[in-house]
Design a protein around this ligand. Structure first.
Ligand SMILES: *Cc1c(COP(=O)(O)O)cnc(C)c1O
Length: 356
C-alpha cells in the first residue's frame, strides 16, 4: 500500500472559512471591488492576451510597471503567483538539508507550514507580551544557531497588525550574518512607505522583500506577488521559480491597473479610513471579557480576549449572525469592511459582549 511520508502525513489543508456569509471580514481582502474605470481597463487588457501562447516568463512589461510604481529598477523584481508561491519557492530553494527557518510567533501561519513541507527545521522566536518584536532576542537566536539560514516575518504583521520600524529591521538585517532575511510587506501600503525596504534592497546582500496585490490593491483574485532583491538574489530566484508561474491574464491586468498609482493610493486611503473607524468603534468595548484592541497598522483590527473560550463565543455569535471573522485562540482578527459591514460587526459584538 502507498504510504504518505511523515512530513506530509499529518498536514491538513489550509482552511479558510467556507460557506456563505452575509459579511466576510475574515481574509483581509479589500472591500473595494474594481470600479467602472478599472473594469474597462481589465476588459481591454484580457482582450489583448495571446491565449495560444505561453506567458512571458520574465513578465517584462509588468515588471516595468511595477518598477515605476515603486520607483525601483525592474532588474530587482521577480513576480510570483501570489506571494504565497514566492514564499514556497524561497523556502524550498534557498534552504538545503539541515538548514533551519526562523519565524516569529504569532505571525502568518503559512511560513511554518512551508518550512514543514520543505523539511526545514522550524525555530520559533516568541514576541513580547504586548506583541512587539524583540530584535535582540532574534539576533541572539541567530548567533546561537548558525544552521538558521532564513529569518522570515511579516511587517506590518498579520495577525498582530503592528509594524516594526525600519531602524529595527535594519539592525536585524545588518547583524544577521549568513542568514537571509525575508521581509513580507503584504500590509506595508497601510503602514508607512518610509518604513519599507523595497527601495533599499541594493544595500544588503541578504534581504528579500515581498509585496502582494491581494490586499491594498484589491486584486486577490488574480494572484500576483512581487519579490524585491539585489541582482544576485533576483537571478537565483528567477532561476528556481517555475517559468510560467504568472499567467498572461494576470500580467496584462496588473500592468494595466498598476499604471494608475493615484487611483490605487486613493483606494488604499479609503481602506485606512475604514480601519481607523472600525478601531475607534471597538475600543470603547475594552474592559471585562475584551482585554485589548491593538492599534492597527494594517487593514484589520486584532481583538484580545481574556481567554480562548470567550473569543470563541463571540466568533460563533458572529457566524450565527452571518458575519465571518478570523478566530485564533485568544484573538479575533477583523478585516476592515464597508461602512455598513463595520457597523453590523460592531453592533453584533456589542450585543454579544452584553454592553448596553
Ligand atoms: C495575505 C498575505 C499575503 C498575501 O498572499 P498572496 O499569496 O499574495 O495573496 C502574504 N503574506 C501575509 C502575511 C498575508 O497576510
Amino acid at each position: 500500500m502507498y504510504e504518505l511520508n511523515d512530513k506530509i502525513k499529518a498536514l491538513t489543508p489550509y482552511d479558510p472559512i467556507s460557506g456563505d456569509y452575509r459579511i466576510r471580514l475574515d481574509a483581509n481582502e479589500s472591500f473595494l471591488a474594481p470600479d467602472e474605470k478599472m473594469m474597462k481597463k481589465i476588459t481591454a487588457a484580457v482582450q489583448g492576451v495571446a491565449y495560444n501562447r505561453y506567458p512571458d516568463p520574465a513578465a517584462r512589461k509588468l515588471r516595468q510597471v511595477i518598477g515605476a510604481y515603486f520607483d525601483i529598477d525592474p532588474q530587482f523584481i521577480t513576480c510570483g503567483n501570489g506571494s504565497d508561491e514566492l514564499l514556497g519557492v524561497l523556502i524550498g530553494a534557498f534552504l538545503t538539508a539541515g538548514d533551519k527557518l526562523l519565524t516569529l510567533s504569532p505571525d502568518f501561519s503559512m511560513y511554518r507550514l512551508y518550512g514543514e513541507i520543505y523539511g526545514a527545521g522550524n525555530v520559533v522566536c516568541h514576541k513580547n507580551e504586548d506583541l512587539t518584536v524583540d530584535v535582540d532576542r532574534v539576533l541572539s537566536m541567530l548567533r546561537d544557531d548558525p544552521k538558521i539560514r532564513m529569518a522570515l516575518f511579516s511587517n506590518p504583521c498579520n495577525p498582530t497588525s503592528k509594524g516594526l520600524s525600519a531602524l529595527e529591521c535594519e539592525r536585524l538585517i545588518k547583524n544577521a550574518g549568513n542568514c537571509l532575511v525575508v521581509l513580507d510587506e503584504a500590509y506595508m501600503d497601510f503602514f508607512d512607505e518610509n518604513e519599507s525596504f523595497v527601495r533599499r534592497v541594493e544595500e544588503f546582500d541578504n534581504l528579500i522583500v515581498l509585496r502582494t496585490c491581494s490586499k491594498a490593491f484589491g486584486l486577490a483574485a488574480i494572484r500576483l506577488g512581487i519579490a524585491f532583491a539585489n541582482r544576485r538574489l533576483t537571478d537565483a530566484l528567477t532561476a528556481v521559480k517555475s517559468p510560467y508561474n504568472v499567467n498572461s491574464l494576470t500580467q496584462a491586468i496588473a500592468a494595466a491597473l498598476l499604471a494608475d498609482k493615484e487611483l490605487l493610493q486613493s483606494r488604499t486611503a479609503q481602506i485606512k479610513e475604514s480601519r481607523d473607524a472600525l478601531y475607534e468603534a471597538l475600543t470603547p468595548f475594552v474592559g471585562g471579557t475584551l482585554k485589548r484592541v491593538f492599534a492597527p497598522q494594517t487593514n484589520f483590527v486584532l481583538l484580545d480576549f481574556e481567554e480562548p473560550a470567550k473569543a470563541r463565543r463571540v466568533f460563533e455569535g458572529l457566524l450565527a449572525a452571518s458575519i465571518a471573522v478570523r478566530y485564533m485562540g485568544r484573538y479575533l482578527r477583523i478585516t476592515a469592511g464597508t461602512k455598513e459591514e463595520n457597523k453590523a460587526v460592531v453592533l453584533e459584538i456589542k450585543r454579544l459582549l452584553g454592553i448596553h
